[in-house]
Design a protein around this ligand. Structure first.
Ligand code: ZN
Ligand code: ZN
Length: 230
């Protein structure tokens, strides 16, 4: 896009509303990026110090083998996610894909197939598009990886209203395979937000059961548990 579209719908910075750009230099520099060298390899959460086990995924069993998240779910990164999902500003798919590409450098292999984590049919109807599919497509254009829609959401549940344990219980059966898919060996699930890993775990479970040897997760933003929260 760009050109005439930008002229008719001038972009504004997701962080500070500054006109003329989707990210101003100040907000870009203020992105709460996660250093992969200081993050949990299993769940992508930033570690307070590298010697200690991850408090976010301790005791959890995931069907995916690794996760990487580009930034913490805090402004201005979180505002760009909201602009895409709730503001319908699809130009942010490309912006967020750039964050993913930078974060996944050296982690993403050329044979990894990028699979968008599907949104519920109700959410796609409400937004008019599938935001994770947009991000995966933009990422594939940047990295040259193949992308495939292997999953569909079968039911909708508002995860935001649920506690952490409920989220795990609630996700079982939410995803199903698209019909007639050819399962790749190595799948990287692409999503916007990683909270408990429940959604990614449910999706990865379906892919593994259908023959994917390895599923990893690449998410734009990592929501981390506040000390003392459930
Ligand atoms: Zn800004
Ligand atoms: Zn972890």
């Amino acid at each position: 896009m760009g050109g005439l579209f930008d002229l008719v719908f001038p972009p504004r910075c997701a962080g500070c509303d500054h006109p003329g750009t989707l990210w101003c230099d100040t907000c870009r520099a203020a992105l709460p990026l996660i250093d992969p060298g200081m993050a949990c390899a299993r769940c992508g959460a930033p570690l307070r110090d590298a010697g200690h086990p991850c408090v976010e995924c301790h005791g959890r069993v995931f069907a995916f083998s690794a996760a990487r998240c580009a930034a913490r779910l805090e402004p201005p990164a979180s505002r760009a996610v909201v602009a895409l999902k709730d503001g319908g500003e699809r130009r942010y798919a490309g912006v967020l894909a750039e964050l993913l590409a930078a974060s996944a450098e050296g982690w993403l292999a050329s044979g990894d197939v990028l699979v968008p984590a599907p949104a519920s049919p109700a959410a796609v109807r409400r937004r008019g598009f599938d935001h994770a599919a947009d991000i995966a497509r933009s990422l594939a254009a940047l990295t040259g990886n193949p992308t495939a829609r292997l999953l569909r959401a079968t039911a909708s549940a508002d995860q935001r209203a649920l506690g952490r344990e409920e989220r795990f219980a609630n996700r079982a059966g939410v995803f199903a395979l698209e019909s007639g898919v050819c399962m790749p060996v190595s799948v990287v699930l692409v999503d916007d937000v990683f909270t408990t890993g429940a959604t990614s775990d449910a999706a990865a479970r379906v892919l593994r059961e259908a023959g994917a040897a390895e599923v990893r997760v690449l998410a734009v933003a990592r929501a981390v548990q506040r000390p003392g929260s459930a």
